[in-house]
Design a protein around this ligand. Structure first.
Ligand SMILES: Nc1ncnc2c1ncn2[C@@H]1O[C@H](COP(=O)(O)OP(=O)(O)O)[C@@H](O)[C@H]1O
Ligand SMILES: NC(=O)OP(=O)(O)O
Length: 279
């Protein structure tokens, strides 16, 4: 039996609630397979596309006088609820189908970051949809957002992504795991919070869920960290005629490929770095 953290990529969760629910049902089948095989599974998930979508929709409604503005920490918490709800429902249905008696619970998770993290001055985390260059420029001029090209897939808005330091709800997560629940935690990398004289306070950023998942895996003493995304393999020379899939690498090879720039910043690079940190 292995204790494992399985991190699901936000870009592998589709672009709409309908698509997400369909994809999550498939994933639930595999995840419950791991549970049925006797593993203790903790699930984390990304939220890049979803948190950007929620923020865009909320900003649009606010600009049209329909709602108050919803900052990123609130949007991050909403994305944990939205994705956690689909995961909970799909996992519960699959557990029921296989006659496995287990409760599924999503923990709204806050993750502490450093208020002085230089990431606040240098946005790198892609969120929301992929745009062509002209549309990205239009948004940039109109709204002042920052955009970058994302791994050959188009342009995306980027926001600050400070490093995760502590998982605020760690004790509750551990208690829930120990009492045999199937736990979903650290969604979207966790809602970023800082500690100040008043206690915890949300900050406008999106933490990388691969980094938070590695931290979570370490803190709960997991044996295995699994990071799932929308490609079948990690490649060297990704997207080129001579691309080569990697089926097994050690940490020295991972570092060598990082130095060669084989993994794109903001997409595959944080996944490989998270795996190295965990190892
Ligand atoms: N060397 C590489 N090998 C495989 N995929 C890569 C590589 N470099 C960049 N990528 C891109 O990284 C993407 C996964 O990152 P991302 O979409 O940010 O993940 P997530 O599923 O967590 O949202 C892949 O779909 C692919 O487009
Ligand atoms: N928060 C986060 O890292 O989301 P993605 O996995 O969707 O990029």
């Amino acid at each position: 039996m292995s204790k494992m953290v399985v991190a699901l990529g936000g870009n592998a969760l589709g672009k709409s609630p309908e698509e997400q629910l369909k994809l999550v049902k498939n994933t639930a089948n595999s995840l419950v397979g791991l549970v049925a095989a006797g593993n203790k599974v903790v699930i984390s998930h990304g939220n890049g596309p979803q948190v950007g979508q929620i923020n865009l929709g909320m900003n649009y409604a606010a600009e049209h006088g329909q709602t108050a503005a919803f900052p990123f920490p609130e949007c991050g918490a909403m994305s944990q609820g939205y994705i956690g709800y689909h995961l909970q429902q799909s996992l519960q249905n699959e557990l029921h189908r296989r006659k496995i008696d287990k409760n599924v619970v999503s923990v709204i998770t806050q993750v502490e970051v450093d208020a002085n993290d230089s990431a606040f001055q240098n946005p790198t985390k892609p969120v929301g949809a992929f745009y062509d260059q002209a549309t990205a420029k239009k948004f940039k001029d109109e709204k002042g957002y920052t955009f970058v090209e994302d791994a050959g897939r188009g342009y995306r808005r980027v926001v600050a992504s400070p490093l995760p330091k502590e998982i605020v709800e760690l004790k509750s997560i551990n208690d829930l795991i120990e009492s045999d629940n199937l736990v979903i935690a650290g969604g979207g990398g966790g809602v970023p919070v800082i500690k100040n004289s008043e206690g915890l306070q949300g900050v406008p950023a999106v933490i990388d869920k691969d980094r938070s998942s590695a931290l979570l895996a370490d803190k709960i003493n997991a044996d295995t960290l699994v990071i799932l995304t929308a490609v079948d393999y990690v490649y060297v020379s990704f997207g080129k005629d001579n691309e080569k899939k990697l089926t097994e690498i050690n940490s020295d090879e991972a570092r060598k490929y990082i130095d060669e720039g084989q993994f794109a910043a903001g997409s595959m690079l944080p996944k490989i770095q998270a795996c190295l940190n965990f190892v």
